[in-house]
Design a protein around this ligand. Structure first.
Ligand SMILES: [Zn+2]
Ligand SMILES: [Zn+2]
Length: 377
């Protein structure tokens, strides 16, 4: 992206930087002052001097980064730093996720971080585990674009959860466990909040449990869950086991006996992704905006200039330019799956991979078909 001398956010080797405020947003190298949009490992890294983040995410941030020098803001609360007015606004992505609004000399920029807005249900299909995305008017909007291709269109969550419940109930009726894989921060809690806990006991992996506790402490309602060693052997054929994808093939999984497995991710819209993961089923459930959601979110900002990060930048930039907007992209280090893998280690459990909601394959858009037909009952 061509920058101008008075841009409120520019890219530097450390990450996105606000020159008049002298702070970084989600830096990928250590800096003095880091404003964080959320606690996924590609956005929230250790080693910064001081951190600023949304109050709602303080617990999950500390669960991941330990005892950092953290200042928090409530959503909508404003502070002034070197003449830059800064506030944080809900992004609907994970607990505590925020868009960063910056105002300086009459100009307003918003850096979205990752956000969830779905085209399904007229756009009000919100993530129940965190505050819903709020559009913020601005002159320049820095948007993510993880699923920035027209093939990505989410169905209403209620339909997806009805499918997951039916799959779990059928497995339980056949006396086999249901292993439901999803990233342990964000997706796992979304799965727990959405399934019908009357079907059977729910077991969570240790990496999931740690984050569940932070969610519960923040007041998010999740159903009762067990740790693997608390599950009665007689009940394991009815259990739903929520765990990160890297447990596949590990001894931790074998304790549940005969099981069916499934992966929940926006990437499941590409049939090849499920095949590569080697699971029975794929459920299309994302914590990122789909194509209509991105369009709706960008339009709602009223921005005349849009900077794209984190995904299909070229495609999204082209589309925005066709709409008559000034558009460009920033090259960021977001969506780094190897980094996510390190974030997911939990004591007494096997190492688990991938913490970001969907730091999945930036798969070539070679689509078999939209939707992912079931291959197993
Ligand atoms: Zn994220
Ligand atoms: Zn991200």
């Amino acid at each position: 992206m061509e920058t101008r001398h008075d841009d409120l956010v520019v890219q530097t080797p450390q990450g996105l930087y606000c020159p008049p405020g002298d702070f970084h947003i989600d830096p990928w190298r250590p800096v003095a002052r880091a404003v964080l949009t959320h606690a996924h490992a590609d956005h929230a890294r250790p080693g910064n001097g001081a951190y600023l983040a949304a109050e709602a995410g303080a617990g999950v941030l500390r669960a991941r980064l330990g005892d950092i020098a953290l200042t928090t803001l409530r959503y909508g609360e404003t502070i002034d730093h070197h003449g830059v007015r800064l506030s944080l606004h809900p992004a609907g992505h994970v607990l505590g996720s925020a868009q960063v609004r910056l105002e300086h000399r009459g100009r307003v920029w918003v850096a979205s971080g990752d956000y969830f807005v779905s085209g399904a249900g007229g756009g009000d299909d919100a993530n129940p585990t965190c505050a819903a995305f709020e559009p913020v008017r601005c002159h320049c909007f820095i948007t993510e674009s993880t699923f920035g291709l027209p093939i990505y269109r989410w169905r209403p969550q209620a339909e997806v959860f009805a499918e997951i419940d039916a799959w779990w109930a059928a497995n339980a009726a056949a006396g086999r466990a249901s292993l439901l894989l999803g990233y342990s921060f964000g997706k796992a809690q979304r799965l727990l909040a959405g399934v019908d806990p009357s079907i059977g006991p729910i077991v969570v992996h240790g990496a999931v449990h740690t984050l569940d506790e932070a969610y519960r402490a923040a007041g998010v309602a999740l159903p009762p869950t067990l740790r693997a060693d608390e599950l009665d052997k007689a009940a394991r054929g009815r259990a739903l086991v929520v765990a990160p994808p890297s447990v596949l093939g590990s001894p931790w999984v074998r304790r549940f006996g005969e099981a069916r497995d499934a992966f929940a991710s926006g990437w499941m819209q590409l049939r090849g992704t499920r095949r590569r993961r080697g699971v029975d089923r794929g459920f299309v459930l994302s914590d990122h905006a789909d194509w209509p959601g991105l369009q709706r979110a960008i339009a709602a900002t009223g921005a005349s200039r849009v900077i794209v990060t984190h995904g299909y930048e070229a495609e999204m930039v082209r589309w925005l330019q066709e709409q008559g907007l000034e558009a460009g992209s920033f090259r960021t280090a977001y969506g780094d799956e190897a980094l996510e893998a390190q974030a997911e280690q939990a004591p007494r459990d096997p190492p688990a991979a991938a913490g970001d909601a969907e730091a999945g394959p930036p798969a070539p858009p070679a689509v078999d078909s939209p939707g992912d037909p079931p291959s197993a009952a």
